[in-house]
Design a protein around this ligand. Sequence first.
Ligand SMILES: Cc1cc2nc3c(=O)[nH]c(=O)nc-3n(C[C@H](O)[C@H](O)[C@H](O)COP(=O)(O)O)c2cc1C
Length: 199
Amino acid sequence: MLPGCLTLALPIIQAPMADVSTPALAAAVSESGGLDSLGIGAMTPEAARAAITETRRLTDKPFGVNVFCHRSVRPDTACMTRWLNWLKPEFERYDTLPPATLREIYPSFCDTMATCDMLAEEHPALVSFHFGLPDGAMIAVLRRVGIVLAATVTSRTEAIQATEAGVDLLIAQGYEAGGHRGIYDPHRQTISGSIPSRF
Ligand SMILES: Cc1cc2nc3c(=O)[nH]c(=O)nc-3n(C[C@H](O)[C@H](O)[C@H](O)COP(=O)(O)O)c2cc1C
């Protein structure tokens, strides 16, 4: 059940999609009586603030914002080289070359306070966490301004972690999830198997 401050005409929360969610989609869902989740996982704090401002221009209804809370990758040159060599035939199939190096394209919400502070100022109705949880200090900042907090969980252990962290809503996610299954620890053995050992 949704907290009272999130009373919706329709019991539908649109799944967040980084790089795909737009303010226009967010506003359309919220205007229709559901709750949108603007996926800002791939955005800088400035771009995310602009998307929130634009959504507010299009609707005065509540909407949610979704962030990525993964542990940032520590660059491992040998591992990157193995991935690039493994992928080389795929690039060759399309007459192109693999990139010289790999880089992380999604900044983690947990790495700086910048997005957290921006969200506390903008205070969307809901903030949802994906691929893990932020620390208690960040959760406290968001709670202090009355934001409802949600987290994706993919196992009982993660559900307990999120509940103990003070999250209000759990989003239970199976293995399908459009390639975006929000597991907290990618090296944990999962129902669909672990990461191949050669990587
Ligand atoms: C293109 C794409 C992008 C996604 N981006 C996010 C995201 O930014 N945050 C998130 O929590 N889930 C993300 N997901 C997962 C979806 O929110 C959702 O959990 C998944 O699509 C399963 O729901 P469905 O069965 O209704 O499609 C993404 C899914 C897709 C297909």
